[in-house]
Structures are given as C-alpha cells and as structure tokens.
Design a protein around this ligand. Structure first.
Ligand SMILES: *[C@@H]1O[C@H](CO)[C@@H](O)[C@H](O)[C@H]1NC(C)=O
Ligand SMILES: *[C@@H]1O[C@H](CO)[C@@H](O)[C@H](O)[C@H]1NC(C)=O
Ligand SMILES: *[C@@H]1O[C@H](CO)[C@@H](O)[C@H](O)[C@H]1NC(C)=O
Ligand code: FES
Length: 431
C-alpha cells in the first residue's frame, strides 16, 4: 500500500499538529479565554476580608479575635502584662515632701506612690485592708498618715496600719498583719519610678531601659516636674501609642511650647543648627512614650493606662531642666491640656474606625504590638498548662484570721463597726 497525501491528513500525528496550531492561534488572538476567572479570585479575597475568622486565619494567624475591643483580651492583658511588667508611673520630683502622694489606676489596679519620712518613695495597692475601699482621697495630695474615710483605719507612709478604731480589742486581731500591700518599685538614676505589681518575685528591671534612659538627651541634667494631668478617652490603650496622629501631636506641642519658652539668641542659633534632632523619643514598654524637646530644655512623658478594653487614661507630665516662671507654667498647662484633648479625640476617631472594620486588622509592623502579643501568648500557654487563670498581682492575706471571719459575718449582717453608718458621703476631712 502506498502512502498518499490523504493518509497524512487523517493520521493521528497530523490531527495533533492541527490542534496545537489552532490553540496557539486562539491564544494569540483571544488571550483572555485562557486566563483564570478573575472575578472568582477577587471574590474569595473579599470574603476573607469581610469574614472575621477567615481574616485571622488566613492573613494574621497570630492575632486573637477581640484584640482591639474584647473583654477577654483585656483580662488576659491584665494578668499577662500589667500584673508583671515594670511600668513607668512617675518621676521623683513629683513628690516634693514626705507624705506627697499620687494615685493611679493601672489597668483596674488602684495603686498609689508616696514619699516616706525616710525620703524613700514607695508604692502600695490603694486598697484598705479592712474592706478594700480606696484609701487616697485625691489624685495627688500630701499626708504622712493616710486615714481610710470609711471606718478610720490609718496607715503611715510605710504602709503600716497604725490605727484601727474598735479593732484593737477584737481577739485575734493583729495590726501588723494588716499593713497595706506593697508594690515593687525601681527608681532609675534619673529618678524615674517604675512599679511591678507582681506579688511574688518580679523579673529583674531591664538594664537596657536604664542604659537607654541614660543616653536620653535632657535626662543627664537634673530636671523637675512642671505640669501634668490625667485625661480619659474611649479607646483601647493599644491604639494610643501607635496612633497615626502621634507625630502630629508631638510636633505641634514642640512647636507651640518652643514659642512659650522664649529662647535666647544663642539658643535660637543652636536650635536652627540642630533642628533635625530637636525631638528625641524613648519607648518605655508597654504604656509610656518619652520625648525630649532638647532645644527647649523640656521633656514629656505620656502614658496610656487601660481602664477597660475600650477606655483609657492618658497621663502626661512635663519636666524642665531649669525653673519655669508661673506664667510659663500656666501657658504650658493650657497648651498641653487643649492639645492632648484634641489628640484624645483623634485617637477616639481612629479607634472607632479600627473597631468598625471588625476583626483584628490594623498593621502589626509596630514592634511593641508584637511584644504585647507574645507576652499574652506565653501567659495563655502557662495557663493552659496550669489548667486555670494565673493572677500574678493577687495578694493572698496571711491565713483567714478570726477577725476576718468575724468581719465578713458583720458585713453580711450589715452591722456597723464605727465610722460611716450607711452609705452617706465620706467625712469632709480632706488631705
Ligand atoms: C465566616 O464566619 C462564619 C462565622 O464566624 C463561619 O460560619 C463561616 O464559615 C466563615 N466563612 C465564610 C467564608 O463565610
Ligand atoms: C484637632 O485639631 C485640628 C487642628 O486644630 C482640627 O482640624 C481637628 O478637627 C481637631 N480634631 C478633633 C477631633 O477635634
Ligand atoms: C441613714 O440613712 C437614713 C436615710 O437614708 C438617714 O435618715 C439616717 O440619718 C442615716 N443614718 C446615719 C447614721 O447616717
Ligand atoms: S474600709 Fe477602710 S476602714 Fe473600713
């Protein structure tokens, strides 16, 4: 049999060649026929974006739900972070004389700092050992004896219970067993006071922080507190330090404060030369940022302490290297207040937009946010192993004494043990 043209045209090889040629031509002419369905892909990304659980699983696997607004995350932060991290609270120049105190709300832990007659500054849980009411009456004040307004238990500046009306005769009652619970403190060479709420042995104070502070321009000299205040806003504390408005806020403060501090001609020249280094920053993890306005000889500390998952106390303090006159203090105080109020409102807006997006979106490039996260993960792991919550800040009273049982019974029966009778306002005595 002879091979003909017709044979070639109907052979399997020729059909294959023809098919490949057709496909090649089609691809050149209508390439879109060969592309994957674009719509479908976009759709699935969008779904991942709108679905909370999908987002956390596919994009940021390590960020827990409720990162910005969840009560459980906040509770975990209290145990994992605020109960056992060194937190900057104040500077020693804020405590002028023995008895000077300042109260703080650190993630729902009431704490106060007080200068003792021995000049040492100590920190205590702001909780009366009688029935756990708050002891200090104001945010700041001065008194070497702190009398609880409710039933008159009084403590000295070292936290010792010195007076417990009507209790001294109670059998089994031992004043020395009812001192205030002290909080660990660490003061740096610059006089900056950090606290650690861990009721056991806290971690050692990070020497890196001391070193970093010693190199912080403005802190080499002796500086003193000028003004400070606590404001509050409706946002999660973690939004504060990473706010997009932070740079604008600090920039504006620096600009306006430099106008108040009338720089002499030489300082002005120095300032214009060193302008680009005019502001230095230090992060005091996890709550505080410090800024040095070196040309103005000022230093600002701003802290974000959570009151709840969606409410935060903003504490700011301004320090100066040299004395500031009364008029200067007043203008700085007004400037700081209005600028910080505006900043707070801006953070609130930012927070609303973050929490409206649901899920835990928001950039995690911020190193501190990563650090918070890893602390929470570590603690959660320990709790899983332990099979229950670990509360490092909790103090267990030494045994259940007779008195405590009696007092508990008294409380339940609603009887009176002196002092305030029935929910009326505390005595007007003020200190
Ligand atoms: C989205 O979330 C819901 C509930 O959290 C879940 O039932 C669902 O499977 C998720 N995924 C998609 C693609 O909807
Ligand atoms: C903050 O101040 C700027 C400039 O003065 C103003 O434009 C802005 O609206 C203020 N923000 C808020 C939330 O009040
Ligand atoms: C207790 O409260 C009642 C009314 O609320 C008042 O009349 C009474 O005087 C109060 N007692 C004391 C001891 O304050
Ligand atoms: S609660 Fe302080 S004395 Fe009773």
């Amino acid at each position: 049999m002879e091979s003909t043209d017709a044979d070639f045209w109907f052979s399997p090889a020729s059909i294959l060649v023809a098919l490949v040629t057709i496909i090649f031509l089609l691809h050149r002419t209508w390439p879109h026929l060969f592309q994957p369905k674009a719509e479908k892909v976009a759709g699935s990304i969008e779904n991942a974006g709108t679905n909370n659980s999908d987002l956390t699983v596919s994009k940021e696997p390590e960020i827990p739900d409720g990162w910005w607004s969840g009560r459980e995350v906040f509770e975990l932060e209290r145990r994992a972070l605020f109960s056992q991290t060194w937190l900057y609270l104040a500077h020693s120049s804020q405590f002028e004389k023995p008895g000077s105190y300042q109260s703080f709300d650190v993630a729902g832990f009431p704490v106060f700092l007080i200068r003792g007659k021995d000049d040492r500054i100590r920190a205590f849980h702001n909780v009366c050992r009688h029935r756990a009411y708050t002891i200090t009456r104001r945010e700041t004040g001065a008194s070497t004896i702190l009398g609880c307004r409710y039933h008159g238990w009084s403590y000295d500046t070292t936290g010792r219970l010195v007076k417990a009306p009507q209790f001294d005769d109670v059998p089994g009652f031992d004043r020395s067993q009812n001192s205030l619970f002290e909080v660990h403190t660490h003061a740096t060479d610059q006089g900056m006071i950090f606290v650690n709420l861990n009721s056991g042995e806290p971690t050692a104070f990070d020497s890196g922080v001391s070193l970093s502070l010693s190199r912080f321009t403005g802190l080499e000299g002796k500086f003193t507190w000028v003004v400070g205040q606590t404001l509050s806003g409706n946002f999660n504390w973690k939004v504060g330090a990473r706010s997009r408005q932070l740079d604008a806020y600090i920039g504006e403060l620096h600009r306006k404060i430099s106008e108040i501090v009338r720089l002499d001609p030489i300082a002005k020249i120095v300032r214009s030369i060193t302008r680009k280094n005019a502001i230095e920053e230090r992060v005091l993890f996890p709550t505080t940022l410090m800024y040095s306005f070196q040309d103005a000889g000022l230093c600002l500390a701003i802290s974000f302490f959570p009151a709840s998952e969606s409410r935060t106390h903003i504490r700011y303090d301004l320090f100066a290297l040299s004395a500031v006159d009364k008029a200067g203090i007043r203008s700085m105080s007004e400037l700081l207040q209005s600028t910080t109020e505006n900043f707070t409102a801006e953070i609130e807006l930012e927070y609303r937009s973050i929490s409206a997006k649901q899920g835990s979106s928001g950039d995690l490039n911020n190193k501190d946010i990563h650090q918070v996260l890893s602390r929470l993960q570590e603690h959660a792991k320990l709790e899983r192993i332990e099979g229950g919550q670990i509360l490092p800040a909790m103090h267990k009273p030494e045994g259940s004494t007779l008195f405590q049982k009696a007092d508990q019974l008294c409380k339940e029966l609603d009887c009176v043990s002196g002092g305030l009778q029935n929910g009326t306002s505390p005595s007007p005595l003020d200190w």
